[in-house]
Design a protein around this ligand. Structure first.
Ligand SMILES: Nc1ncnc2c1ncn2[C@@H]1O[C@H](COP(=O)(O)OP(=O)(O)O)[C@@H](O)[C@H]1O
Ligand SMILES: [Mg+2]
Length: 536
């Protein structure tokens, strides 16, 4: 590849030589015009050389960092695309999916005279934060000389756009804008679906229009690349991978963890750590590490992974908007027992900015941690074991504290008002579940932290024989997954509501709550707690 591009360069050099010594001023316009023509010729011959061969384009025209090159599975996709037209890849996190999408975008826009590359993703953020920066990253590594043109100008390369004149364009489109996606017209259309697992069906259907007019018997070309870490076994991305009737036109590929590790893209150590953290059978491990579809069934898991991921997206958005925090409203404290860490989770309204973990297990140290991170907020402490001493000591020094006794009875009900809970722990976890449920309109923001994510998605639940919701006990979980879900419990406790607590617990809290907090009016959702100084 690339041999046909050398000739115009030769002529340009020759033309320069011949013109040497002649009155430059008179000849300048002539020279400019000729050089322009030659450069155009060179560009177009480069174009045609690579137009049907993305693998050669990436191989020849991308300057990879030392020791790096396309992985075998990336090359396979590049080679298959011209033949298969529609390709769907599921792969582990960090396997190189978005890089592949970026390469195809560059190939697509540079090697055809009339082209539109439409990039979309489940979340707009995926385009602005990952795919488009990745496109610009690889654009900086293009061997422009091979392409017979200079680097993209400022007008050509925008944040979410490549515009090479009016006929060669790549752009970002929101995945809920099917009409816009359907409207793209060009001789060559390429659809890039990044993190495709949650792209709505209308968007997939909108792309199909382009395929109807394309084929070996027409002058039009259409391609689609859908890539994702898989999620629940549901939705179009899943239907395509499971070859449901109607999706036979897609060529699918599962990039395995072994392949990604062998190619040096995924660290075996990272995979092992996730296995220890999440458990091999967990949906989160299957999805993100093995690149397989797996259900975190919301009827048994208290909090599905997808809900935590949304809370993480809100946290990132909050951070990107300047990480502004209001007053700290609560501090959840899970006291380390039997060698586990003590975890402190500060909460500012609906935001948990970060967790603080420490290897401390005696009363005074935990009290020290509480003083360090309390910031004037109420404190909710796991009261079992040495937690009891912590609660006593905090009350003694006048810090408003709730002793969270996981096994205590509770009068709280679920959102429907119909289901009661076996104990306080179940009510606490269920409350967190409802706060994260997108169907209810969740706005909690939680830090993207692998351990916390593993903890939040660990507990399972059932309705017990007396019709109450029972969330798996902490010790049962520890037996099942081999570790203690301290991070998850600290966050859960930070969201304790007055409705969950007994009158005695609320009274004890009121006694240590400064009077300036206790004057608020009765009523509202938190009426029961407001008069006791409960503030959200
Ligand atoms: N073949 C490759 N050679 C060099 N770097 C690569 C290659 N494939 C991916 N990368 C880089 O590795 C990182 C992770 O890849 P990415 O495509 O974002 O993974 P994924 O989308 O599968 O999670 C990115 O910085 C990307 O540029
Ligand atoms: Mg990616």
């Amino acid at each position: 590849m690339g041999r046909s591009v050398e000739r115009p360069l030769f002529y340009m050099t020759l033309a320069n030589r011949l013109l040497e010594g002649l009155p430059k001023q008179a000849l300048a316009p002539l020279i400019d015009r000729r050089l322009g023509q030659l450069a155009a010729t060179k560009y177009h011959s480069a174009l045609s050389a690579y137009a049907a061969d993305p693998a050669a384009f990436i191989h020849d025209c991308v300057d990879f960092p030392a020791g790096e090159h396309p992985t075998p599975y990336q090359t396979e996709v590049l080679e298959r695309l011209p033949v298969e037209k529609r390709i769907a890849i599921r792969a582990p996190h960090s396997a190189g999916k978005t890089a592949l999408a970026a390469w195809l975008t560059l190939w697509g826009v540079l090697t055809a005279p009339d082209v539109k590359v439409v990039t979309t993703a489940s979340a707009w953020r995926q385009l602005t934060r990952f795919l488009w920066p990745e496109i610009h990253k690889w654009a900086r590594r293009l061997r422009w000389a091979r392409l017979g043109r200079g680097p993209f100008s400022q007008d050509e390369a925008l944040d979410l756009n490549l515009k090479l004149g009016t006929t060669q364009q790549a752009f970002a489109a929101a995945s809920n804008n099917a009409a816009f996606i359907e409207g793209a017209q060009a001789q060559r259309i390429i659809y890039i679906f990044d993190e495709a697992k949650a792209i709505p069906p209308e968007t997939w259907d909108a792309a199909e229009g382009a395929f109807a007019g394309a084929g070996s018997d027409t002058a039009k070309e259409a391609y689609a690349l859908a890539i994702s870490t898989p999620g629940e076994p549901a939705g179009r991305f899943y239907d395509i991978h499971s070859h449901k009737p109607g999706y036979e036109d897609w060529w699918t590929r599962h990039v395995t963890l072994e392949e990604a590790v062998a190619a040096g893209r995924v660290s075996a150590e990272w995979a092992e750590q996730r296995k220890a953290q999440w458990g091999e059978g967990s949906a989160v491990y299957q999805n993100r590490v093995e690149g397989e579809f797996a259900a975190s069934d919301s009827s048994t898991v208290v909090i599905p992974l997808a809900w935590v991921e949304r809370a993480n997206d809100r946290w990132r958005a909050w951070r990107d908007e300047g990480a502004k925090l209001g007053r700290q409203t609560a501090l959840g404290v899970d006291v380390g027992r039997g060698g586990n860490l003590t975890v402190v989770a500060p909460r500012h309204g609906n935001i948990v900015p970060d967790l603080h973990r420490s290897q401390v297990a005696d009363t005074m140290h935990v009290v020290g941690q509480v003083r360090l991170y309390r910031q004037g907020s109420r404190v909710v402490v796991d009261v079992v074991g040495i937690g009891a001493g912590v609660v006593d000591r905090l009350r003694e020094v006048g810090i408003p504290v709730v002793g969270f006794n996981a096994g205590a009875r509770t009068g709280a009900t679920d959102r429907s008002g119909e289901l009661n809970f076996v104990n306080l722990r179940s009510a606490g976890w269920w409350n967190l579940r409802e706060l994260l449920d997108p169907a209810i309109g969740a706005d909690l923001a939680l830090p993207p932290d692998d351990r916390l994510t593993g903890d939040l998605t660990a507990p399972i639940w059932k309705v017990n024989s007396s019709g109450k919701i029972e969330v798996e006990g902490k010790d049962e979980i520890a037996k099942r997954i081999g570790r203690s879900t301290d991070d998850g419990d600290a966050v859960m406790m930070a969201f304790t509501t007055p409705e969950m607590l007994s009158e005695e617990e609320l009274d004890a809290l009121a006694k240590t709550t400064p009077s300036r907090f206790t004057s608020s009016v009765e009523g509202g959702r938190w009426g029961r707690g407001e008069k006791r100084g409960w503030h959200e």
